[in-house]
Design a protein around this ligand. Sequence first.
Ligand SMILES: NC(=O)c1ccc[n+]([C@@H]2O[C@H](COP(=O)([O-])OP(=O)(O)OC[C@H]3O[C@@H](n4cnc5c(N)ncnc54)[C@H](OP(=O)(O)O)[C@@H]3O)[C@@H](O)[C@H]2O)c1
Length: 287
Amino acid sequence: MTLLIIGSSGQLGSDFVKTAERLGHSVIPIDYPLIDIRDRSSVESVIKDSTPDAVINCAAFTAVDDCETNREAAFALNADACGNLALAAKSAASLLVHISTDYVFDGAASSPYTEDCGANPRTVYGKSKLRGEEIIAELYGAGSMVFRIAWLYGAGGSNFVKTIRRAASSCRRENKPLRVVNDQFGTPTWTVSVCRQILSVIDRGERGVFHATCEGACTWFDFARVVAAACGIDAGILPCATEEYPSKTPRPRYSVLENARLKAMNANIMPEWREAFSEFLSVEGEI
Ligand SMILES: NC(=O)c1ccc[n+]([C@@H]2O[C@H](COP(=O)([O-])OP(=O)(O)OC[C@H]3O[C@@H](n4cnc5c(N)ncnc54)[C@H](OP(=O)(O)O)[C@@H]3O)[C@@H](O)[C@H]2O)c1
């Protein structure tokens, strides 16, 4: 397939480009400012010129705290821009594949969210991403694919793995414990696992919203211990409660997603999170 990958320098987009090329797809990577998805004519001209089989949108306003103080900018990029992508992809007869998030849920559940669970975002980021999903459904129709992912890490961009490596090293140097929240649950999900999963199902003809996170669940504390142990940092990592680690924006307490639709299609290839993290470590720097 010819894939137009938008947001190709971002954390997910950069691994999407490499993974798709490895799997033999013809890839057209593009990112801001060569495309501005908020600008309808920019989106139209890029899609018209490239006539891809599929447009993969990895571009977004992902800084959760900044979204809270820049509501307009968050909605412009995470919601309204999806309308530009939907209209242009539809008129070029290209499949639209869009990435969304666990933040569309309120985090109040105690068992994994399936695609049938009602969304109830609590943050501007989550609300803007949900609106993006709705706009795609309205303007593109049922033929699009939206993949909700969570707790993403990869070789590019900033993420929890990099933060913990940095923090654990400095805590060890200063002989201080590192406190990590132990009452928020989710599933660490490697970018490359998401890319492989999406690429394995886009030609199956099933459309709509899919959950695509790694399998299993843990807390940030559990993940931090695995990250530190893997790079040999013997820092004292201690569990703490969310209240001890205040953030500007409320984080979901429970963000575990069930890949129910992929499982029903017998197409779920998302690995268990520790297995994916081991592979990430073994290929880090190569991909
Ligand atoms: N990160 C996570 O933990 C996480 C969790 C769940 C879901 N997601 C979703 O996964 C997707 C990918 O996230 P990510 O972490 O890879 O994001 P990211 O690293 O922040 O990448 C976003 C990309 O979008 C580009 N971009 C920004 N404004 C643009 C515009 N106006 N037009 C075109 N491109 C623009 C950025 O370019 P510049 O760098 O030049 O601004 C960047 O390359 C997003 O949809 C996000 O909501 C992420």
